[in-house]
Design a protein. Sequence first.
Length: 228
Amino acid sequence: MNSDDFVGRLRALDTCDLSDALDALKLQPSVTGLLPLGAVRPIAGRAVTCRLQPGPAPAGVSRHLGTAAVEAAGPDDVIIVEQRSGLDAAGWGGILSRAAQKRGVAGTIVDGPARDIEEAVKIGYPVYARSATARTARGRIHEADFQVRVAFGDTTVSPGDYVAIDRSGCVVIPAARIGEVLEMAESIRDKSERMAAAVDEGHPVSKVMGGDYETMLDNHGAGARAHG
């Protein structure tokens, strides 16, 4: 199976099912606290990373932060920005959103502040971030590197890892584990859908949740398949 197939399957799942799969496989849990500030829709794809640091750019460095990541990314990608300097300065802005949208990038996630949110909403580009700010990066932060491993929530993201985010949270899936995580999450989704159908059909929620929910992750999803 090629990576495009993985991205398509990833986009068909919500982050709660993916988070449950990470729990079942004893991988790093989902990342919380990221807010949908631009176009509000789920995004998923492979990570293209950018790491920012405090202070002005070193002498002789003229590349604006985020531009290399944008130019390296495409429709199957999500741009991940590490802006953990503690400074109130935007790790992403409106021109970057426009350029990323032009390339068909799925969206951007900033572990830190972002700005030009009204512009992102206007053009329909998804931006998730810790907070919004009007303060420019200029003179406050600069790009240290791109396409390197970055800190992200309580975990890390490497270029090419798989990332999905919606209003519930964000998951990071190591590229080497994507196949088994997707299989597990799809099994959990199927079990969840059967539970939802049972409630819609009038079965008592206490029976549905008591009989199925607590064992959903047992045996790496075998319980889910047993109801098929």
